[in-house]
Design a protein around this ligand. Sequence first.
Ligand code: ARG
Length: 455
Amino acid sequence: MWKGRFKEEQSDLLKSYGASVHVDWQLYRQDIRGSIAHARALLVAGILTSEEFSQIEAGLLEIRAEIEAGKFEFSQDLEDVHMNIEAELTKRIGAAGAKLHTARSRNDQVALDFRLWLRDACEQLRGGIRSLQISLIGFAERHKDAIIPGYTHLQRAQPVFFAHHLLAYVEMLDRDASRLADASTRMDACPLGSGAIAGSTILLNREAVAAELGFSKVTTNSMDAVADRDFACEVLANLAIVGMHISRLSEDVVLWASVEFGFIELSDRHTTGSSLMPQKKNPDIAELARGRTGRLYGNLISLLTVMKGLPLTYNRDMQEDKEAVFDSVKSVSETLAILPEMFDAASLREDRALAAASDPLLLATDLADRLVEGGVPFRKAHEIVGGLVALAQETRTPLHQLDSAEFLAASSVLTPDIVIATFDLRAALAARGTTGAPSPKNIQRELTRWREQLG
Ligand code: ARG
């Protein structure tokens, strides 16, 4: 493969150890796009004749079609996708093919291909996030009036609408999508023309190449352009955060699908049985989605570790970058494809959720709020209600069913009228009108806003 300064054939072990084509063949579309744009710049600079340019373009498009049809044989001896395609082109069209690599190195070539690939991936991942958001909103809308207990420390805290719980994830996912959009914006600089490290003495119109490839600008330091993979780390970090959010959503599903909670029913199509226990109906999709977060964190740490301490500029270590990125993108894409299907077929057991949310202890804070309205300082009100909760527990009485004399003994503010009104669950939710809180009005506004925003 390398002639010139080498007198011996490369070791077979090095050939296979160094080959990356089994992974980076996936960059073939971007590689061919980049090569055609580069060839056009060579044409404009007078390095290629229009005849040679046409041969290169046609040859590359032919190779692309063959790869797409599964008819192209990549060779490990040719190391990576770049050399495979270039070698094949030269085999087919001869001299013109041998001119393609003028003023270009695989270092700026791979920096370009990888950016192009990741920009497409970010776009596609954002579409996947959007479908999950839409599916969560649909789930919320199907159970718009349903109330569930909200939890802190996994202890029942305060009542919320089921929709409010799901909309929390819609918000998280929205920030995830915007982080991916940010990453794309920072990737919006074309590195081609940076050469191996220091550009080239053959001056090509980099701006024209960038424009043809859909970049709004070119990179401004050739060493930075070939050395850094921060753009890939950034996407891996963003996907790790997506994984964190999805794993929490999945954990809620796992809990809700348990007999102990019994809040949601997953469809038969989206659950599995046990080979031993006939009664089992397991929420495997949610568990797998939660589990896949492990590799997302692993891939981020793996690339950060590969890049740490590398001297400028390109080092072969960096060839390890693609596997981590391809794996995270694939894993998250698959998760984003299956979760909407699962949620679309799921339903909330509204009666079970309501029974749990009707625990009067969930409105203990509301009772304290009434005391505050009657002039009691909040810390004191908290103590008074705490005393009533303790009494209810000692006497095994539901909080709202304590004797009216007990309420009045605790505070003159707690008249029977006030107590009855406070323990009206729907009224308690309607009262939660601060922006961001789950009053029915707020929830309706949020559902409409998200519907409009997500289209
Ligand atoms: N396959 C290589 C990679 O992905 C391409 C760049 C190789 N450059 C080099 N000078 N060996 O990193």
